[in-house]
Design a protein around this ligand. Structure first.
Ligand SMILES: Cc1cc2nc3c(=O)[nH]c(=O)nc-3n(C[C@H](O)[C@H](O)[C@H](O)COP(=O)(O)O)c2cc1C
Length: 150
C-alpha cells in the first residue's frame, strides 16, 4: 500500500492524488504485487491525528510574492500540512515528499516540497507540474512502489 497525504488549494494536487489512486487500482488489478494507493486530504479543518502507517506527502508550492525572481521564499497557504507532519511522531512515518508547482516560478519551482524534505530530513522523491501528466503519474507511482515494496 502506498499512502499519500496531500494538501490542495486550487485542486491540482487533489486531481493528481486521485489519478494516483486510480492508477494504483489498475496496476493492482493486473498484478496483485503492485500496491494500491490510499489518499488522504489534509485541510485547514483537519483534526490532527497520529499516523499509524507510513506515508508520502504531496505538497504544492505557494510562496509570498512569488514572481520567482526577487520575492521571498516564505510558505503561505500550505502550512497546515507541515504542521500535520510535525504533529506527534508523524514525521518519523514520512517516507518522502512529492513536490509540485509551476516552472514559471523559476528557481522557486517546487520549493516548498524541497523545504519540507530538508526540514523533516526525508527524501524529495519527485516533482511534477500542476496536475501532472499521465506519464508523471506512472513515473511517480513506480518510484513510490519501489520504496514500499522493497
Ligand atoms: C499565489 C501563488 C503562488 C505560487 N508560488 C509558486 C512558487 O513559488 N513555486 C512554484 O513552483 N509554484 C508556485 N505556484 C503554483 C502552484 O504551486 C501550482 O499551481 C500548484 O499546482 C497548485 O496546487 P493546488 O491546485 O493543489 O493548490 C503558485 C501559485 C499561486 C496561486
Amino acid at each position: 500500500m502506498i499512502r499519500l497525504l496531500y494538501f490542495s488549494i486550487s485542486g491540482n494536487t487533489r486531481a493528481f492524488a486521485k489519478h494516483m489512486e486510480t492508477y494504483g487500482k489498475e496496476q493492482h488489478a493486473q498484478n496483485v504485487d503492485m500496491p494500491l494507493v490510499e489518499i488522504k486530504e489534509i485541510t485547514d479543518d483537519s483534526m490532527f491525528e497520529a499516523e499509524e502507517k507510513d506515508f508520502f506527502a504531496c505538497v504544492p508550492t505557494y510562496l509570498d510574492g512569488g514572481n520567482g525572481l526577487d520575492s521571498g521564499t516564505n510558505e503561505i497557504m500550505t502550512n497546515t500540512l507541515g504542521e500535520y507532519i510535525e504533529f506527534g511522531d508523524n514525521a518519523q512515518r514520512c517516507l518522502g515528499i512529492i513536490g509540485s508547482g509551476n516552472k514559471n516560478f523559476n528557481w522557486q519551482y517546487c520549493l516548498t516540497g524541497k523545504q519540507y524534505a530538508e526540514k523533516f530530513n526525508v527524501s524529495f522523491v519527485a516533482d511534477y507540474e500542476l496536475r501532472g501528466t499521465p506519464s508523471d503519474v506512472e513515473r511517480i507511482y513506480n518510484l513510490l512502489a519501489e520504496v514500499v515494496t522493497k
